[in-house]
Ligand binder design. Structure first.
Ligand code: URA
Length: 440
């Protein structure tokens, strides 16, 4: 096979065959196709798209380009979730201990943050001692014995995606539905869970932007998962407003703990309960209402918080920080952003707020950049909230005093104010399964 012929075929709008897609995926993983030809193919896919058949076959080829995690030795239903990324999205740290406390086996490999979306691995690493790099044996043992393990991705999980994602990042081909769907699902299939729940975000702090595009992406990923023999569903959730009040790594862990104590923000709790209930429902534990009640009970009884503590302890983390999140080191500077007027917050430019938190040190603009676990933003007023002139709408936390002035004026510009309260948007817009879309 010649890469030139495959690029030409796709550029002219034809469909690639299974063996061609596999050859391409293996060539990306094995380093036998030069970057300029991979980039040309990415651009051809960006403009010509892929059929459903091509997307599924390409996803499976990418999943097969490296190791697949074998969870068959673990008893019970093995579950996983994936969020398409958002600002302040710490649902994994809340929803997955709830799911584990309900008896599911949570086997989750998470990523690091890049750009405005945070990564679960970075958040967990803000707990002193917490290890996110485990051997395959440790990972399997923890899932079996504790019921939950959240680690970084193993080095050889879908290596074709690693290559493609790095090139997409520099060739303006990130926002392509077939490329996003195959990228996410190749890693989920390789990670081995029986049940996969996707949290697909829409709104100004999301990858897809509109509800319509998010719905299309969700349907595509559900179809890939089901065709590959995994029980797969998606929730479409609102990322037009940051989730919860805290953005930044240790700030988000503290908020997740507060939420598992039943004292956190209601939006974070609601989305997390629905994710846990969805996983239970998909695992055959009964109807949605019953599953949700089971999930709620684990928060009420403290069982979910106890699961988080067990996970942290088993992975080497200092549990005192979960018992007492005020132990987390604070950033040297904490400055308020003040409301310029009386009225209501009409809109928040959520991806800009995510980027402001990156500028404060909480995230990275390029892979491998160091991050500051104590930096971030604590939001006091969100879309729909009433404000008074001069009161704080947020506090910016950083160890880098030079970035503060600019971050403050950027935050002010990221908010729009109005005299009336805007209409409330639903937090969870739809539930998507292979049977179709159920709007909430
Ligand atoms: N997350 C991924 O893993 N891949 C994408 O393409 C986008 C988000």
């Amino acid at each position: 096979m010649r890469m030139y012929d495959l690029i030409l075929k796709k550029r002219n709008g034809a469909e690639l065959e299974a063996e061609e897609l596999k050859w391409f995926a293996d060539g990306c993983a094995g380093g036998t196709i030069p970057d300029y030809q991979i980039s040309a193919m990415l651009m051809a896919v960006y403009f010509q798209g892929m059929s459903d058949r091509e997307i599924t076959e390409f996803t499976v080829a990418m999943a097969d380009s490296g190791d697949r995690v074998d969870l068959s030795s673990i008893t019970g239903v093995k579950v996983d979730k994936h969020s398409t990324g958002g600002v302040g999205d710490k649902t994994t740290v809340v929803a997955m201990p709830i799911a584990a406390a309900c008896g599911l086996k949570v086997a989750k490999m998470s990523g690091r943050g890049l750009g405005y979306t945070g990564g679960t691995v970075d958040k967990l690493e803000s707990i002193p001692g917490f290890k996110t790099s485990l051997s395959a044996e440790e990972f399997l043992k923890n899932v079996e014995q504790v019921g939950i393990c959240v680690t970084g991705q193993s080095g050889n999980l879908a290596p074709a995606d690693k290559k493609l994602y790095a090139l997409r990042d520099v060739t303006a081909t990130i926002d392509s539905l077939p490329l996003i769907a195959s990228s996410i699902m190749s890693k989920k299939l390789a990670a081995g869970a029986d049940v996969i729940l996707l949290d697909v975000k829409y709104g100004s702090g999301s990858l897809m932007g509109s509800k319509e595009m998010a719905e299309k992406l969700a349907e595509e990923m559900v179809s890939i998962g089901e065709l590959a023999g995994r029980k797969t569903a998606a929730l479409l959730t609102n990322m037009d407003i940051p989730l919860g009040n805290n953005i930044g790594n240790s700030l988000e862990i503290a908020e997740a703990v507060q939420t598992l104590r039943g004292q956190g923000p209601s939006d974070l709790l609601e989305v997390s309960l629905d994710i846990a209930a969805g996983l239970l429902h998909m695992s055959g534990a009964g109807d949605w209402k019953k599953c949700r009640e089971t999930a709620v009970n684990t928060v009420k009884t403290g069982a979910a918080l106890e699961k988080l503590c067990q996970m942290v302890e088993r992975q080497g983390g200092d549990v005192r920080y979960i018992d007492e999140p005020s132990l987390f080191e604070s950033a040297a500077y904490c400055e308020p952003v003040l409301s310029p007027c009386d009225g209501y917050i009409w809109h928040m430019d959520t991806d800009e707020i995510g980027m402001i938190s990156v500028s404060l040190g909480a995230g990275r603009e390029v892979a491998d950049e160091k991050i500051d676990h104590s930096a971030g933003i604590v939001i006091c007023r969100k879309t729909g909230d009433a404000v008074k002139a001069g009161e704080a709408v947020a506090y910016l936390h950083t160890n880098c005093s030079e970035v503060l002035d600019q971050a403050k004026s950027r935050y002010e510009r990221a908010l729009t104010f109005a005299r009336e309260r805007p209409e409330k948007e639903p937090l969870i817009y739809a539930y998507i399964t292979k049977e179709g879309v159920k709007y909430r």
